[in-house]
Design a protein around this ligand. Structure first.
Ligand code: CO
Length: 501
């Protein structure tokens, strides 16, 4: 049993999976409406094929024998085998019947959610969500866990994340951010009305391409298209695609989602293409992936230095809308903080309260402390408590996100983890890159990208998230970096008294 054979098998599985991913990309971008039926069938067939190969007895034999005779392998090869064996063992725990039930429930649950959201009627969604929660509880039992069933689900998106650790982290978030956000809420908000003037589609599209070029997103190994929800997908490091969405009455939407997806795209393009199909050629976790998108979106794209370089150009694109708006006004407007009830429209600070609510709800649903029928009331009470807002209706409350209808429990926390990792990485980058702020002010983003390539991207999944963080920054994830960043930035914007940090 050789490593070459293992590599060959993983390459084949990757070929099938990425072909399915390409079909999904097409489905979201160019596929004509009537193609949906056969497309779903094609994707399902390929997914079943990949699943069959990922759980074959032959692959199991190869992995087990390589894992035992590990001495001839390099450190990287050993880690690849160990990670693949962990995945294999996990996959083997699912019966075909369970996978089918999960997939059928997800598709019914998604239909019900769409209808319930449209009609603002939670009771249309509740019975299917109940079935989904039951299945997810079964899945946790099937996978096995220590301490809390939710740990089994978290591990699928953020390997190593646990309720015990997140409870501590999110308690810090709450304790440190609630008062700070209250201080901000007490002072007048910057005017951002000019962001909602008319911004023609074509100009926005071209501007988006320029934003990506400036980030050194490689258009010879990627492209941008339009989709309803912006996303990034990759078929290998040399073909990484991003999508964007353009609203003509909203300048904010395209700019920051474009930079966000660009950040995801740069991570994928920076993975080692020679490690195709192997763990060492893949992203570490959703949290680390999100750290890359948020670092570009927030730490760079919502910073003053970045707009010192780019605001004149933006003004010249839209002189009628922005000609009389100063850089200072624009910067303050993009960083307007305001508690609200919709997660995806939230600012960079109150965003995390939205995650705190979902984390609390998911943990309790999976742990059996909260019932689906109690959800709307509990949700609204949490929003009142965490964000101080009254949720007007369930479509703007508990029904707003798609995740649960897909069965994605344990996903939300990775969004917050991403921001916190981003702050810690960016802090380190500004210590290690000479004159980083100046470079950004000059519009030169290459030193930052090269640093990320070297420190993060090129390693693929060689390290765990915690190992990578320690390797890059000298310590494990520490919320202090995000809080320092937030206090520093927003105290200035809102003229608050700065505390000694
Ligand atoms: Co993202």
């Amino acid at each position: 049993m050789s490593y070459t054979e293992y590599k060959l098998r993983l390459t084949k599985i990757a070929d099938i999976s990425y072909t399915a991913a390409l079909l999904s990309w097409d489905q979201e971008t160019y596929m004509p409406e009537k193609g949906a039926g056969f497309r779903a069938q094609q994707i399902a067939t390929l997914s079943a094929l990949a699943h069959g190969q990922s759980t074959s007895a032959e692959l199991g034999d190869i992995l087990n024998s390589l894992n035992k005779s590990g001495n001839e392998l390099s450190e990287k090869e050993k880690r690849n085998v160990a990670r693949s064996l962990k995945d294999y063992t996990k996959q083997k725990k699912y019966s075909t019947e369970f996978v089918e039930r999960l997939s059928r429930t997800a598709s019914e649950c998604f239909q019900a959610w769409q209808k319930a959201k449209k009609e603002n009627n939670f009771s249309l969604f509740a019975p299917l969500l109940e079935t989904m929660v039951d299945l997810k509880k079964q899945e946790a039992e099937l996978l096995g866990y220590e301490a809390h069933p939710y740990n089994a689900l978290l591990d699928q998106y953020e390997p190593g994340a646990t309720v015990a650790a997140l409870d501590i982290l999110f308690k810090d978030v709450r304790e440190q951010m609630v008062d700070f956000v209250k201080q901000i809420a007490a002072v007048p908000k910057p005017d951002d009305g000019f962001m909602y003037r008319h911004y023609p589609k074509e100009k926005q599209w071209n501007h988006g391409l320029d934003l990506l070029k400036q980030m050194h997103y490689d258009f010879e190994a990627g492209r941008q298209d339009i989709s309803i929800h912006p996303f990034t997908t990759s078929f290998n490091a040399l073909d990484v695609r991003v999508t964007t969405k353009i609203l003509e009455d909203n300048l904010k939407s395209m700019i920051w989602s474009c930079i966000h997806e660009g950040g995801h795209g740069l991570y994928e393009q920076g993975l080692p293409s020679g490690e195709y199909g192997l763990p060492s050629g893949e992203a570490i976790s959703l949290g680390i992936h999100e750290s890359q998108s948020r670092l570009w979106e927030n730490n760079v794209g919502r910073s003053l230095p970045y707009w010192k370089a780019n605001y004149k150009n933006l003004q010249s694109l839209y002189p009628e809308n922005l000609g009389k708006v100063s850089l200072e006004q624009f910067y303050r407007a993009m960083n307007r903080v305001e508690p609200s009830f919709i997660r995806i429209e939230a600012d960079e600070l109150t965003y995390h309260f939205h995650i705190l609510v979902r984390y609390d709800v998911e943990k309790k649903l999976i742990g059996g402390e909260l019932k689906v029928k109690e959800l709307p009331e509990y949700w609204n009470a949490c929003y009142k408590e965490y964000l101080g807002v009254n949720v007007p209706s369930d479509d703007k409350g508990v029904l707003q996100d798609i995740h649960w209808s897909h069965g994605s429990f344990g996903y939300f926390p990775t969004y917050s983890l991403g921001s916190f990792y981003a702050a810690q990485f960016f802090h380190r980058a500004s210590l290690e890159i000479k004159g980083l702020e100046n470079q950004i002010e000059q519009g030169n983003l290459l030193p930052l990208l090269e640093w990320l390539r070297e420190k993060i991207h090129r390693h693929g999944k060689f390290y765990s998230a915690e190992e990578l963080c320690t390797q890059v920054t000298g310590e494990k994830l520490n919320f202090k970096y995000f809080m320092d960043y937030a206090k520093n930035k927003y105290s200035t914007i809102y003229n608050l008294k700065k505390e000694a940090v």
